[in-house]
Design a protein around this ligand. Structure first.
Ligand code: GLV
Length: 320
């Protein structure tokens, strides 16, 4: 009989690594940086469980390299567009993610980006560091008051979208949303559900919170950007592919919208150099869930999912 073993592709937080070592199986640990494809294929070979992050692409080749004893892939992320679910199902491998534990951190980061854009925080920081002489001025770095009647349009009203809505309401924003599960014209907890065209035309800030699927790829394309107000802002803390970056770059240069903030990128971890020259853009390196307690909770949930499946129990949060 072979002993079960666990492969963890990257070093997780200390608490998650400690929990991993209590599961009772040998653990093979990758480095802090993402494994190369060759290292991933070699690292997962022979493992019964793999705890991986969103930087690892799991497909039929990786599942074959793992071998038939692999029973679970535990993704340390709520999104799972990095995993070929059909290939996993065909290989009899359970896939799990980390829903719920990162909603608040991601919503907090979304609010940080909304404020960074509308109140020109990054621009002010860059300005001071340029050592230009300055003095307070009534017209200096003036931006949008989100709390003076601005409307936030949330595209995708899952757990994270709802957490953003609650925060925006605390900032006195009016909130409208689109959701597959809600009828336009209905209102819930002060949030009005509308058609996409209405959301784009009326929102001062549009924030996307959908998973990346074939249906949501380039949800925000040139047509959507042209449908937004010229004074509005776009925020993306979901997945890079939800926004057509080339169209966004044109939109910012040509003033179709006033600004944008991206935490995620189409070619991640590559950032399109043209984005760096786009006016009114704030960028962060996919740190939406990067709170200390949140990263612990994500790692612990992924480890608990792997442990449950190895013990022959149902996963806590299986993807499907
Ligand atoms: C982060 O992007 C996640 O999906 O958890």
């Amino acid at each position: 009989m072979t002993t079960a073993s666990i492969y963890v592709s990257r070093l997780l937080t200390d608490r998650a690594m400690d929990r991993l070592r209590t599961v009772g199986h040998p653990v093979r640990v990758g480095a802090e940086a993402p494994p190369s494809r060759a290292d991933l294929l070699a690292g997962i070979a022979g493992a019964s469980a793999a705890v991986i992050t969103l930087t690892e692409r799991i497909d039929a080749e990786v599942l074959a390299a793992a071998g038939p004893q692999l029973s679970v892939i535990a993704n340390v992320a709520v999104g799972y567009d990095n995993i070929d679910l059909d290939a996993a199902a065909a290989a009899g491998v359970t896939v799990t993610n980390t829903p719920g534990v990162l909603d608040r951190a991601t919503a907090d980061h979304t609010m940080a980006l909304i404020l960074a854009c509308t109140r020109r925080v990054a621009e002010g920081d860059r300005f001071l560091r340029s050592r230009e002489p300055w003095v307070w001025g009534p017209r200096m770095l003036v931006g949008l008051d989100i709390s003076a009647g601005a409307t936030l349009g949330i595209m995708g009203y899952g757990r994270i979208g709802q957490a953003v809505a609650r925060r925006a309401q605390a900032f006195d924003m009016k909130v409208v949303a689109t959701a597959r599960s809600r009828e336009p014209g209905t209102v819930e907890d002060g949030v009005s559900f509308v058609h996409t065209a209405e959301l784009l035309a009326e929102s001062d800030v549009v924030s996307v919170h959908t998973p990346l699927t074939a249906a949501t790829r380039h949800l925000i394309d040139a047509d959507a950007l042209r449908a937004m107000k010229p004074t509005s802002y776009l925020i993306n803390t979901a997945r890079g592919g939800v926004v057509d970056e080339a169209a966004l770059i044109t939109a910012l240069h040509e003033g179709w919208i006033r600004g944008a903030a991206l935490d995620v990128f189409e070619g991640e971890p590559q950032v399109n150099p043209a984005l760096l020259g786009a006016p009114g853009l704030v960028i962060t390196p996919h740190t939406g869930s990067a709170g200390e307690a949140t990263r612990d909770a994500m790692g612990l949930l992924a480890v608990d999912n792997a442990a449950a499946v190895l013990a022959g129990k149902p996963a806590l949060t299986a993807v499907r």
